[in-house]
Design a protein around this ligand. Sequence first.
Ligand code: BGC
Length: 764
Amino acid sequence: MEKRYCVRDSRIDEKTISLQETLFHNANGYIGVRGTLEEGCPEEFDTMRGMYINGIYDIAPMKQAEKLCNLIEEKETMLNVADTQTILSNFSGQRFSMFTGKVNAYERVLDMEAGTTTRNVKWEMPDKRIVDISITRMTSFAEKSLFTIDYQIHSEDFAGEVCIESLQKGLVKNYCNPHDPRLAGESHMHLKKKDGWMEGTKSYLVSETISSELTIVSGVAHEVYVNEKKMDEILPEYIEEAHEMRVKFCIPMCPGDTIRIVKYTVFQDSIRRTDCREAVRACMDEVCRGGIADYYEKQKQYLKTFWENSELEIRGDKELNLSVCFNMYQLLQSAGTDGCSSIAAKGMSGEGYEGHYFWDTEMFMIPYFVLTNPGIARALLEYRYKTLPQAEENAVLLGHKKGALYPWRTIAGKECSGYYPSGTAQYHINGDIAYAVVLYYKATGDWQFIKEKGLEMLLQTARLWMDVGNFYEGRFHIHCVTGPDEYTCMVNDNYYTNAAAKHNIEQFLKLAKRLEKEEDWNAFCSIHKLTETELKEMKQAAERMYLPYDEKLKINPQDDSFLRKPIWNLQKTPQEKFPLLLHYHPLHLYRYQVCKQADTVLAHFLFPEYQSKETIENSFLYYEKITTHDSSLSTCVFSIVASVLGMREKAVRYLGDSAKMDLLDTHKNTKDGIHAANMGGCYMAIIYGFAGVSITENELILNPYVPETWEGYTFRISYRQSLLRVNVEKEKCTIEVLKGAPVQLEIYGEKKKAVPGKPLRIEK
Ligand code: BGC
């Protein structure tokens, strides 16, 4: 039977190899391993051999051409940690490779229920004998420090000695491409081997990052099985070299035999542990005691719960359904869950954008976790709370007298944007983080989080708006910032930014009001030196926030000067000139009405209460004509707003572009890593778009419809500790409370109460 949660691929050539490395990467939010081939591939192939740890970074120089005041001269960059992927097998002198001898059959499988990737190869050696090689990899969700390779060789007609060498390499570099601004331009060495030791059959390697001085310890252990029998007596040869440790097993093999090597790697690092060496030893002992079968089982159980809580099934479009599941799985693989890390733009699947975290997490991915896995959403917000002090320092660096400015791109909390017009100037990140805090609170009711952390984040981000903006002729203006659209930089009164700032301040004041009724209010005010006068000024700024509106076109201009610029002729732009950012000087782009991505349209989705439906519709139609969607964060937003406006065909079309972006590599750069924000956006397009889910202060709202080309869809969401299952069909919709208390909701404009055990049926 065809498995619902499986992705398969059998292409093998130079062009697709790095794409497959991304699509078949393994990650668990802590470790990420590209799907590179254990045995490697020809040197001239463009591959990115990488293993990463979320939150681990080194500091790389970022020289500015001109030494202007307080420009950043260094950046945090994700690094490739010790490589434990390499396994080489040699059959009587014939080294296995997909590019020598003959590959008679080949398939790669991502099994999203088992939580593994498998590569199956029927390999014909140069001397014509045949072996079946099957390699399964897993990054464990149950034990996040663990990565396993289960390497099995079955001989069809080979008789002789097979020598299997397994490596742990300390000398690794990062990938670079000097021609693409979305990748690191130079490849630096970030890691040095400090130490290494053996303990029985286990080997350990201690590495330190060169500039950030973080320690990473990796441990490797092996188990050998011959025809399913564990062979502890087969002792390998150990070879320790300057930067690597090798383990070599030589085993005789006859036709029909199966040899299996299980390689366990565990990682510990100094961000999370005070004594990494001890931690790695303890973890390795625990893993070896449990054994691979145990971890496979735990992985399945973990994913069973995951798929139950985030069930989403689209009936009538199998391909779309698979893409959506793939996207959801990738989000799970990418998310840091320990409060020390977040989600990089490429998850943990590649080095695009150097492993940096952007607004992508708060605006596109937290809305997914909030509804399916609120614990992860909270951990992601905790990470932002942990880095609030750095955001406060960043504000000072930019000349602000108060508040916090979150970095546009970062790993450990420092601003890492090299090009400030489309980097640091994107102040809206403050409003995005504030939006995510509020969304999390509305969906979960977690007042404790708000009291302990969230309110402080809202205060410090709100304060920044008060410092960056000013009153002019009775309105509050925000000058010289960049909105989400990176083809329009350094503008005054960007609609999106002003709306996000207004919402940020309003929500701070609202939640502060709630705290005022509690004992903790006085302490909060005194710790943060918050006065009545400051609160009053904030209220005025929010009320008088200038939101640009054009009387003639009856739309919200993207910013103050936007409509004065000429319109870029997209029809006459040759296909090969896209994405525009790779073909035109930024200043040239900035002088036209042309958008890389949803900007005002995104504001309309997030803050619909600020405009009439008519204005939103006019804006949508206006920006649609001038948006290139060169950013992957765009079509999903257009899909959501098309749904809200009842433009159903468009909503489906935009969703299609978004859903299959990585599986079909439509942006032609999935090889550098997944487009994680788009994956969240795709989920949002279905749940916040088609199902019309929105969360107000006291209520869950649904407004679902079934697009023409689908039969129906079912999804589960968490809302205030209750788990709901919603089944949407053309004629009716059913809502069940599977767990938790009754839920007050509004559906198709009518107030209803969903009670456990009594499915609520609504006929259309
Ligand atoms: C987009 C940004 C995004 C970044 C990382 C850029 O191309 O314009 O909005 O945050 O990619 O995904």
